[in-house]
Design a protein around this ligand. Structure first.
Ligand code: HEM
Ligand code: HEM
Length: 218
C-alpha cells in the first residue's frame, strides 16, 4: 500500500477551469508584459488570451462548480477586514474555497486585467485602426473628424499614428501602462496573501491550485 497518497483525506475544491485558467492567465499575462515594448504580434495575442480567459472566468463565476461561483466566495468588506485581522492575530478562520480577503483580491485582479486588456485594445484601435475595438473606438473618432482621417492616411511616415493625433493615443498609452502596473502591484499583494494564508492555515495553497484538492474543514 502506498501510504503517501491519501486521496481519501482531501476533497476536490478547484475544478479544471479554475486551475488551468489560473495558470494560463499567469503565463499569458507575463508573456504580454514582457512583449509589450517590442514584440507587438506576440503582445496582442497574449493580451487577447488574457482577455478571453477573464471572460471565461467571469462566466464560470456564474455557471461553474460550487467553489468557482462568485456567490460562494464574494463577501462584504466587514468579512474581509475580519479575516485580515484574524490573519494578524493568528486566528483567521480557514475556508475550503477562497477566503474573504483572497476573494476581494480576485475581483480586483479580474477587474484590473479587464482594464489592462480593454485599454490595450483601445490603444491599438486608436493608434493603428486595428483590433476588435477598431470599429468602435477609431471609427467614431475618424467620422467625427474626416479631415484628420484624410490627412493621416496621406502621411506614410510609419511612426506617425493614423488615428491618435489628437492626443487620445497618448492618454490611452498612459491608461494602458497604469493598468499594467496596477495589475502587477495587485499580483504582488496576491502572492503575499497566498503565502500568509498558507502559513496561517498550514496548507500549501499553491499546490491546491495545481491539484484542485484540499484537506476538508475539520
Ligand atoms: C499574473 C499573475 C496572477 C494573476 C493575474 C492571478 C490571479 C488569480 C485569480 C483570478 C485567482 C482566482 C482563481 C479562481 O477562482 O479562478 C487566483 C487564485 C490563486 N492564485 Fe493567483 N494569480 C497570479 C499569480 C499567482 C502566482 C504566481 C501564484 C503562486 C505563488 C498564485 C497562486 C494562487 C493561489 C494559491 C490561488 C488560490 C487562492 C485561494 O486558495 O484562495 N497566483 N489567482
Ligand atoms: C494583460 C495584458 C496586457 C499587458 C500586461 C500589457 C502590457 C503592455 C506594456 C508593458 C506595454 C509597453 C508600454 C510602454 O512601453 O509604456 C504595452 C504596450 C502596448 N499594448 Fe499592451 N498589454 C496587454 C494587453 C494588450 C492588448 C490586448 C492589446 C491590444 C490587442 C495591447 C496593445 C498594446 C499596444 C498597441 C501598445 C503600444 C505599443 C507601442 O506603441 O509601443 N496590449 N502593453
Amino acid at each position: 500500500m502506498n501510504t503517501e497518497e491519501k486521496p481519501k483525506e482531501t476533497v476536490r475544491v478547484w475544478d479544471p477551469v479554475v486551475r488551468i485558467g489560473h495558470w494560463a492567465i499567469v503565463i499569458a499575462f507575463f508573456i504580454a508584459y514582457l512583449s509589450g515594448d517590442e514584440f507587438q504580434g506576440i503582445h496582442h495575442w497574449a493580451g487577447y488570451t488574457v482577455a478571453s480567459l477573464v471572460v471565461i472566468r467571469l462566466v464560470w463565476g456564474l455557471l461553474g462548480t460550487r467553489h468557482a461561483r462568485f456567490s460562494s466566495f464574494v463577501t462584504g468588506p466587514r468579512a474581509v477586514f475580519r479575516y485580515l485581522r484574524g490573519l494578524m492575530s493568528g486566528k483567521a478562520d480557514r475556508h475550503l474555497g477562497h477566503n474573504p480577503a483572497g476573494a476581494a483580491m480576485i475581483i480586483a485582479l479580474l477587474l484590473s486585467l479587464a482594464g489592462t486588456t480593454l485599454s490595450g485594445m483601445s490603444l491599438l484601435a486608436v493608434e493603428d485602426g486595428r483590433g476588435p475595438l477598431a470599429g468602435v473606438v477609431a471609427t467614431q473618432q475618424s467620422s467625427a473628424d474626416p479631415v484628420r482621417e484624410t490627412r493621416s492616411y496621406s502621411d506614410d511616415d510609419e511612426n506617425d499614428h493614423e488615428y491618435g493625433d489628437d492626443g487620445s493615443g497618448e492618454v490611452l498609452e498612459t491608461v494602458h501602462s497604469a493598468f499594467t502596473y496596477l495589475t502587477l502591484g495587485l499580483v504582488a499583494l496576491h502572492i503575499l496573501g497566498v503565502v500568509a494564508s498558507s502559513f496561517a492555515h498550514r496548507e500549501n495553497l499553491v499546490r491546491a491550485m495545481f491539484t484542485g484538492r484540499k484537506k476538508p474543514l475539520s
